[in-house]
Design a protein around this ligand. Structure first.
Ligand code: CO8
Length: 375
């Protein structure tokens, strides 16, 4: 058996940002235009008018101040309201692979590992731009890595589930050096024309390099233990899929609302928060770690109030900001990448032997926790 250790992380951050003010201006222009175009149907009661969005609501309800995106021009155009991404030929690298390459190369550089030494690439994300060939295999080729790669999707929990898969393979001996990479183009699946959710997501890519402790000079964190759990729920759902064209219901096959992200946000909040706190506490107990011994929690970055609640439940007191760092104010919810951005950016102040937990949660429902020890 080999001990898996995290030796580096890498983050690709798109250069374009959208502030809440920009977002709300674009949405409100879209809503005004929609209400004007459909004035007759709205007056007749056949359609509902779209109410305006507000910066105050967004910040108060979520803690989000801005988001990074791959393309803001389409998102801020009231006549478009989705990202505009250049169509690529099959001979060019795909956009997810391109984002992944940047994040992986940053992680490899930080650890001083050559791409050719990598023998496992897991592309773990909540959406994949095509069905096959796997994005992970394309990333493997672009990197010049060996071994094998595969894609997986557990929505917001993809990164921690991917880390568990990689850590288990390293432990068992079927992989030596693994990259778990999370290219999240959430802007492609968000419904920017729905004020209930238009502020939630942003784009980013994270990568985590995991190696055998016995074969690295520069380990950062030992992976003490991982735990994943799922419980079916329809409260976060996206019905887009390959059976789309088989439907004959007469609905718009290109632009159905349920082909984008949908959620019952209140229900998600109420049901997932206790599930996450119970999950982390049970995981710590199984490892013989008292919650008070936890020095850091890198939580999924969906909602500030949600994280505050989980932090209080786990520690039994209000965590200091450095104990439970948030990055969602700058990045919004980046699905599976959120907890890894927090992990990547907030490692200072930990001493050898300190214990922390990376935890993500979301659609499925799904929860994944990774208990790590600073080396
Ligand atoms: N501006 C002004 N008012 C608004 C707006 C807005 N933009 N939006 C809603 N309101 C109004 C509502 O209409 C409502 O009005 P009323 O009281 O008159 O009905 C009022 O404000 C309150 O609305 P809510 O009850 O919806 O507000 P909440 O306080 O619950 O906040 C949140 C909404 C922020 C969505 C909150 O419920 C939340 O964060 N919930 C948890 C969500 C979550 O964590 N989801 C996880 C999803 S991520 C995941 O699993 C990955 C999926 C894959 C990613 C795909 C990429 C797209």
């Amino acid at each position: 058996m080999f001990q898996p250790v995290i030796t580096a992380t890498g983050v690709f951050t798109p250069s374009e940002t959208i502030t809440n003010a920009e977002l709300v201006t674009a949405y409100n222009a879209y809503a005004a235009r929609y209400n004007e175009d459909n004035a007759e149907a709205i007056r007749a009661g056949a359609l509902e008018a779209k109410p305006p969005s507000s910066e105050e609501f967004i910040f108060k309800a979520s803690g989000i101040e801005q988001r990074h995106v791959m393309d803001k021009s389409g998102l801020l155009d009231p006549a478009i309201m989705h990202p505009l991404l250049r169509a690529r030929s099959d001979e060019e690298p795909g956009i997810m692979a391109e984002m992944a390459l940047d994040a992986c190369q940053k992680a490899l550089k930080a650890a001083g590992v050559k791409a050719s030494e990598i023998d496992l690439v897991i592309c773990a994300a909540s959406n994949h731009e095509r069905a096959y060939p796997a994005i992970a295999v394309e990333i493997q080729k672009l990197l010049g890595a060996g071994g094998f790669g595969f894609d997986m999707n557990v929505a917001c929990s993809s990164a921690t589930f991917g880390i568990q898969a990689a850590a288990d393979m390293i432990r068992a001996g079927s992989a030596r050096k693994a990259l778990v990479v999370n290219p999240e183009i959430c802007s492609g699946h968000l419904e920017w024309r729905d004020r209930d959710c238009h502020f939630i997501f942003g784009d980013v890519c994270t990568a985590t390099l995991i190696e055998r402790a016995q074969e690295t000079q520069n380990p950062l964190f030992s992976i003490r233990s991982t735990r994943c759990a799922t419980e079916f729920s329809n409260n976060i759902r996206n019905n887009n899929g390959f059976l789309r064209r088989t439907r004959t219901s007469g609905q718009d096959l290109k632009d159905r609302r349920d082909m984008q992200f949908m959620q019952e946000g209140r229900k998600v909040f109420k049901e997932v928060v206790p599930m996450v706190a119970t999950h982390i506490l049970a995981h710590l107990e199984a490892e013989g770690i008292a919650p008070q011994a936890l020095k850091r929690m890198w939580l999924h970055q969906a909602n500030k109030a949600m994280n505050d609640f989980v932090g209080r439940k786990v520690l039994g007191r209000t965590p200091a900001p450095e104990e439970q760092p948030n990055i969602l104010q700058d990045y919004a919810n980046t699905s599976s990448a959120g907890s890894i951005i927090a992990f990547s950016q907030h490692q200072s102040g930990l001493a050898a032997g300190d214990i922390g937990v990376i935890c993500s949660f979301g659609a499925g429902y799904s929860v994944g926790s990774v208990i790590v020890e600073r080396l």
